[in-house]
Design a protein around this ligand. Structure first.
Ligand SMILES: [Cu+2]
Length: 155
């Protein structure tokens, strides 16, 4: 019985492997990405973990935001935020996806950027450049550098 199930599965696998070669991929740039409203919140005195946000709109094919980096911090992670039993929980994720009409919105109290080792000398009113790495559905990457305003905690 087991054998009879396994044989067709193996045959399918072989068929998939010997299928026609994939069509040549389209040139990159099918997605036009726009990043706006970038900000970073200066952490309280003595802390160096900052949260940040921005909006990513796309025209064309959907794109994934898969990473971020900045000279202003050691490391930037993509985080989700959720409430579980009244406890706020943050979780690191690999990516956020933007599609037409459905932008990525990263903000306080929601999905956000988390900057570790944030440069403590930066003050509200300063700006920091953040490099955002995107992948489109063909696996083509695009890096966009956006300028984020440093905001005070209460702003
Ligand atoms: Cu976080």
């Amino acid at each position: 019985m087991l054998t009879r199930i396994l044989v067709p599965a193996a045959a399918l696998l072989l068929a998939a492997c010997s299928g026609p070669a994939p069509a040549p991929s389209e040139p990159a740039g099918k997605s036009v990405i726009e990043v706006t409203d970038a900000f970073v919140v200066k952490p309280p005195e003595g802390r160096d973990v900052a949260s940040g946000g921005l909006t990513v709109s796309v025209q064309g094919e959907p794109v994934d935001l898969v990473g971020a980096s900045t000279d202003a911090a050691d490391r930037v992670e993509l985080h989700t935020m959720s409430m579980t039993d009244g406890v706020m929980q943050m979780r690191q994720v690999d990516k956020f996806t933007a599609s037409e009409g459905s932008p990525i919105v990263l903000k306080r109290g929601g999905n956000h950027l988390m900057l570790f080792g944030f440069n403590e000398s930066l003050q509200p009113g300063d700006t920091v450049d953040i490099a955002l790495e995107f992948l489109d559905s063909d696996g083509a990457s695009q890096t966009i550098i956006t300028t984020a305003d440093v905001k005070a905690l209460g702003d």
